[in-house]
Design a protein around this ligand. Structure first.
Ligand code: BG6
Length: 507
């Protein structure tokens, strides 16, 4: 009990499970885009599993809203099939029947004011208690966000007169700085910032949150987590998947908008941020914002030197992709964080589709020892690394030199592993579970604030712009199943570094 109390004080959001049950009144979760992919693949399976763990408020209901003319029964049937597919062995027909009793569906056109009036009346009828909380989840096409939010405002559905009203928004938050700013303005004209939850599902991944625990609940890493001991940091999100059916969206987004503006910069901020005084939403986000502000802007020829872009062979034949598409499906960028902790420590960020394997990893490369005593015959001196593997298998691996037995003073790289799968019996939840729960509980620590989103665009926008002009590095092609274009190796070698091209180190 004492331990739980101490842990709660240090990481208050982890105590929500216990606290929320006390604190949260009735809750309605309204999902706009209820017939879409995100709802069936992620949101409903996450809510279903939370219900099975008794993590949802005692009285809750989920109201699906979309234009499709479905009845509640038809919606439930559709979701039963998809949830059993996506929840796998966590699905039980009895559990589903209990959960499905809380599902409701209303056909509603976001463009039609009369439909919103109908929705308002429908929700009021379902909710017995006036202090009922409401979470509006925008899982619609992004061009409908502003309209949906405006309608909620016009129909007095955002005001917190009785209970809390919160809105969750999925990425993309705009397609550039200007559109992100306009979206923020539209949101702020209806909702207060504390009611807005911009979701980046990478922040819901257990290993990403564990990075916060690793850094700020241990004292052993802090003394070496800086320019004195760290040579550089590599953050890689490699996907084996090709673009597939998402060609239409992807060809206008490309890897910079799809991964760098959000997931990769989020991983960078968590790796580089200072410890906040308390684990509270604004304090955490203030620290992340400071990192984004410290990222050195690139100018002119620096774009071609510090960035590289590639496209996998065959991409132009994907459905929805232009035959002469210049869209990058791979990119790598060198960024510098200009502050006391990180000055002179480059951060290499890269991501690509159709790569050799699926792995997301943050690799902290430490400096060489200042004086090499056992240099002769040693392999990999200077390759002290901490590999934080976010997925597919979650864990941490520390690389260090050890003496080869009976080999004189020869040393070799050895490793220490920590695997979540063997370290704990609990199953790692899908990222949407903790994030949905936090949004219901009003904890925005793991959600992006408006200034954070705009600062991230301020970093990515000039690169997007440079790539359309003469400052662009050439678009290199790579075969699916490779670690990006072959010249990515020469690219990083010009900075005297080498990619850590290793498929998951932990299985
Ligand atoms: C999404 C991107 O945000 O993340 C997709 O739009 C990508 O292109 C997906 O495939 C990857 O998510 P995860 O959790 O599988 O790494």
């Amino acid at each position: 009990m004492l331990l739980v109390g101490l842990y709660c004080r240090a990481f208050s959001h982890n105590c929500h499970y216990a606290e929320s049950l006390r604190r949260i009144m009735d809750q309605t979760i309204v999902i706009f885009g209820a017939s879409g992919d995100l709802t069936s693949r992620k949101l409903i399976p996450a809510l279903y599993e939370l219900s099975q763990k008794n993590r949802l408020p005692k009285n809750y209901r989920v109201v699906g809203v979309s234009r499709s003319p479905l009845t509640t029964e038809e919606w439930k049937q559709k979701l039963k099939t998809t949830t059993s597919e996506f929840s796998g062995s966590n699905f039980s027909p009895t559990g589903w029947s209990q959960f499905a009793n809380q599902l409701h569906y209303l056909a509603c056109d976001i463009d039609r004011s009369s439909d919103f009036r109908k929705l308002g009346d429908y929700l009021n009828e379902l909710e017995s208690d006036a202090s009922n909380g409401r979470l509006y989840y925008l899982a619609t096409l992004p061009h409908l966000y502003t309209q949906a939010v405006t309608q909620l405002g016009d129909h007095n559905m955002a005001a917190e007169e009785a209970g809390p009203r919160r809105v969750v928004i999925e990425k993309p938050f705009g397609t550039d700085l200007k559109s992100a700013h306009q979206l923020n303005q539209a949101l702020h004209s209806v909702f207060d910032e504390k009611q807005i939850f911009r979701i980046d599902h990478y922040l819901g991944k257990e290993t990403v949150q564990n990075l916060l625990v690793l850094r700020f609940a241990n004292s052993i890493f802090e003394p070496i987590w800086n320019r004195n001991y760290i040579d550089h940091v590599q953050i890689t999100v490699a996907e084996e998947l090709e673009v597939g059916r998402r060609g239409g969206y992807y060809d206008s987004a490309g890897v910079l908008r799809d991964f760098f503006q959000n997931h990769l910069l989020q991983l960078l901020t968590i790796t580089a941020m200072e410890a906040p005084p308390r684990f509270e939403a604004d304090l955490v986000r203030d620290e992340k914002v400071k990192v984004l502000r410290a990222i050195r802007p690139l100018h002119q020829q620096e774009f071609a030197r510090n960035t590289i872009r590639g496209q996998y062979a065959g991409y132009r034949h994907e459905p929805g992709v232009a035959r002469d598409s210049q869209t990058a499906t791979y990119a790598a960028i060198q960024l510098q964080v200009d502050n006391w902790r990180w000055n002179g420590v480059p951060f290499y960020l890269r991501s690509g589709k159709a790569m050799s394997c699926r792995t997301t990893q943050i690799v902290i490369h430490f400096r060489e020892p200042p004086h090499l005593l056992f240099g002769a015959g040693a392999t990999g001196i200077g390759e002290n690394r901490l590999v934080i593997q976010i997925q597919p298998a979650e864990g941490i691996q520390l690389h260090f030199q050890s003496k080869v037995p009976d080999g004189g003073m020869r040393s070799r790289l050895a490793s220490l592993d920590f695997r979540f799968q063997t370290g704990y019996t609990e199953q790692l939840p899908d990222a949407y579970q903790p994030l949905l729960l936090d949004a219901i509980n009003g904890d925005a620590s793991l959600f992006a604030r408006s200034d954070e989103v705009e600062l991230a665009w301020q970093i990515v926008d000039p690169i997007l712009y440079a790539w359309q002009n003469e400052q662009a590095p050439p678009l290199e092609f790579y075969e699916p199943g490779e670690w990006g274009p072959t010249n990515s190796h020469q690219w990083i070698q010009q900075f005297q570094r080498k990619w850590f091209d290793v498929c998951p180190v932990i299985h």
